[in-house]
Structures are given as structure tokens and as C-alpha cells.
Design a protein around this ligand. Sequence first.
Ligand SMILES: NC(=O)C1=CN([C@@H]2O[C@H](COP(=O)(O)OP(=O)(O)OC[C@H]3O[C@@H](n4cnc5c(N)ncnc54)[C@H](OP(=O)(O)O)[C@@H]3O)[C@@H](O)[C@H]2O)C=CC1
Ligand SMILES: O=C(O)[C@H](O)CS(=O)(=O)O
Length: 480
Amino acid sequence: MSDTPLLRESCYIDGKWVKADGGGTIAVTDPATGARIGAVPDMGEAETRRAIEAAHAAMPGWVALTAKERATILRRLHDLMMTHQEELARLLTREQGKSLAEARGEIAYAASFIEWFAEEGRRVYGDVIPSHAADKRIVVLKQPVGVVAAITPWNFPSAMITRKIAPALAAGCAVVLKPASETPFSALALAALAEEAGLPAGLFNVITGGSRAIGGELTGSPLVRKLSFTGSTEVGRLLLGQCAPTIKKASMELGGNAPFIVFDDADVDAAVEGALASKYRNSGQTCVCTNRFYVQAGVHDAFVAKLAERSRALKVGNGFDDGTQIGPLINPAAVEKVEQHVADATAKGAVVLAGGHRHKLGGSFFEPTVLSGVTQDMLIAREETFGPVAGVIRFETEADAIALANDSEFGLAAYFYARDLGRVWRVAEALETGIVGINTGLISTEVAPFGGVKQSGIGREGSRYGIEDYLETKYLCMGL
Ligand SMILES: NC(=O)C1=CN([C@@H]2O[C@H](COP(=O)(O)OP(=O)(O)OC[C@H]3O[C@@H](n4cnc5c(N)ncnc54)[C@H](OP(=O)(O)O)[C@@H]3O)[C@@H](O)[C@H]2O)C=CC1
Ligand SMILES: O=C(O)[C@H](O)CS(=O)(=O)O
């Protein structure tokens, strides 16, 4: 990777590229080959404290700019990301494993949040409220919440970062980011481009190292007024508790367990296309990937046969190889979890219609897998698989489908295929999720409010709603 000018093996604090105080490093490997890509600093509390102090000191100068001046710098960052799209995509595939085609798409998706919030920052309106008294006037202001801590996952090493830093910076906040240890280089490359775009020192800081030590400082510091986290529900729950003593605002984008329902009146071929898109995107490693399929009896056999046939045809390989559709999982533990879900399902009576095993490529590659005869008690229906496995459950009535789909502590995304208008409205309103895909398996866009209910999270990212989580509302009561 030495031929990649955007590869940074240092962290970015207060506008400087620095190593860990103790000189320690964390190796980063290519999930497709296991080869060492490079190493990043192993930082801890002291470096985190310095990053928080730098962010706190930099904010007043950033807030003093006009929204248009902030937007100009953010738009320059967007343009630099797109100019360097190929290099950023290759860096992303190298550290995360997804196909180069998907990586290019992620860079464009990531840049779209920067572009979107550069403009949203110019539309942060307050309010004038008709007064309650003749000698009073009421005015509402929106002001930046303060220093933001961001902690992000490995599955979208660029887009999950810009989905947080874009609204934060546009609102006038400074950010301290801890990216996932498996995929730090995309975050550090973003910092390099932000520096080139002219973002003033201290506004965007990226630190790598021990997540517990860094997280403990980020959640414990009174200078940090907001935590924005994307990752597992288990870690989100822990971090939310750590924020309680200092009463921080928190945005939580957590785990999912998306149901995908195919009704008798669906276009089955369209439903198969949507199923492939929703199930196998990022090799099944997204929080909005379908985790369980519910297919009504009248179309069940046709749907599973077509899904199995198309799954068998998917090309598994290194993300850099032409035509790769399914890359490696992020690490061996991810493969073990997928194997556990398949073994549990087959032990309880499920039937393997496609795949079912580690791929012949070895390492962290797994065959795209379709299981029929799945039941609600199996792990694959209860837990997030986070891999290329489709478990199919047959159902009889619309009421059964809704009850089965809502039988989960998660509530992020859901999908269904139907053509009866009354059914579409009844099911869309009844599903307990933050996002519903109707006759589509792809719902990701910067213009819509992304987020979940129940234990899938708190808050929304993207859309005109997404900047609200980085603002405080203040009202002025003026005596005349
Ligand atoms: N709702 C959503 O939008 C999304 C949800 N997810 C969910 O996240 C999971 C997969 O992502 P994954 O990265 O494994 O999730 P994790 O929750 O394990 O990690 C997410 C981030 O949290 C950090 N972290 C882990 N433990 C701590 C801690 N004790 N203190 C501070 N930071 C910590 C990790 O750092 P480190 O890498 O150093 O361990 C990483 O940066 C799945 O459940 C998936 O559904 C993922 C993406 C999006
Ligand atoms: O991390 C994820 O899974 C993302 O939130 C999914 S999306 O934003 O790309 O849909």
C-alpha cells in the first residue's frame, strides 16, 4: 500500500499527524489474504484528552464563521473525496474486503453526506413565537451542541464516519473520532483530505487504539457534549451507560434483524432481485441486511427455488478481482458466527438449498447460503447473522407475517413485497421498525432519516432531520 499517498500511519490531532505517546502500534490486515497492510498508533487516555481539548479550543473560531463559509469548506472536502474516489475505494477494499465496485459506491455515498449537510447547515432556522405577554418577545435559536465524540464500525469505514462528521461540522461542532480498529485507514484518509480542504486544526481529530481506554475518556469527559455511535447494540448499551454521569446527548445506530416479507400478491421475480440486493450487500455485513425471510405459502416454493439458484451463481472472491460480488467476512470470528447459525438451523430441521459451508477459497470466505424450513426459534431468526446466509420461513396469513416480523427486540429496517394497496398501507404501518423498504431491497440514501426503534437505536442520521441531533434549542424571552 506504500503507493497510496492517502495512506496515513499516524493519527490526526489538532491539525498534526502524531504517533502514540508510548510508540505502540496496532497492525491492520487485509481480510481477504491476512496480509499486513500497515499499522496505526495505539493511543489511550492521554492522547484522547489532548484531542478533546483541541476540539474544544477550535470550536469558537468555527462557530464564528458563517454557515456559508463552513459550507464552502465542506463542499471542497466533498469534491476532494470524489477526485480521489478510486484511491479511497482501493484503500477501503484493502482494509475491509468489500468488492471494489461496492467500495467506489461507498465513497460516493460517504461524499453525499458531506455535500448534503454542507447545504443543510445553511438552513438551520430558529423561530419567532407569538408572545404570551404584551411586554415580552420570544425568539428561538439553534446552536451547536458542542464537542462531539464519534465511534464507528468497520462495515462502512467511510460512510458511517461522514454520516456523523458532516452534520456535526455543518452545525458548528468539532469532532473527535475513533474508527474501528480493523478499518482505520479510510478514516485517516478522510482527515488528510479535510486538512487539504482547509478545515481548521482541531475541528476533526482521528485517534486509533484501545477502544475501552479511548471510549472511557470520550464518554467521561465533561467537555464532550454528544456521543454518536454506530455499532453493535451490546456496545451501544455500554457506551450509553458511560455517558450517563455527564448527561451527554447520544445518537445510537445499533444492530438490526431485518425481516423480508413476500406476500402471495408480490412480483416474485422482483422480490428475488430485492432479496439478493438486501441480503448480499457488503457480503451480508450491514445492519439493514435482511436477516430473516418470511414467504407466504402461495409463492414460497417458487421464491426459494429462484433465490437459491441466483445465490449459487454469485461470484465469491477477493474484492480486487473483476466481477467479485461476495468478498471475505471481516475476520475469522465473523465466519464462526455464520457457521454457528447454519449449524443451529440445520440441527433443528432447516434444509440447505444453496451453499452452507466455508468457501473453497478458505480464510474468511463463506458460500452464499439459502436455508428453507427455518423456524422462529432458530438463532438465525433471533440474532443478527452479519453474513451471506438467507433463512426462509413459510407463513400463511398477513397477520402471521406481521406478528413474526415484529417478534424481535430490534427494529431498524424491514422489507416487503406486495401489490395490493390496502395491504401495503396496513403492513407498512404495522411494522415496528424505523425504515421500511416496499418493493425494494435498497433503502440507503443521504436524503432520508436513517435509524431504528426498540434496541436498534436512538436518533436519525441523514436527511433534514439528521442535523437536529447536533443542535441545541435555546429560547430568548425578551422584556420590552
Ligand atoms: N445501525 C447501524 O447503522 C449499524 C449497526 N452496526 C452493528 O454493529 C455490529 C457490527 O459492527 P462492529 O464494528 O463489530 O460493532 P462493535 O460494536 O463491536 O464496534 C463498533 C465500534 O465500537 C468500538 N468499541 C467496541 N467496544 C468498545 C468499548 N468498550 N468502548 C468504546 N468503543 C468500543 C469498536 O472499536 P474496535 O474496533 O477497536 O473494537 C468500533 O469502533 C453489528 O451488530 C451491526 O448490526 C454496524 C453498522 C451500522
Ligand atoms: O452500517 C450499516 O449497515 C449502514 O448503516 C447501512 S447503510 O447506511 O449503508 O444502509
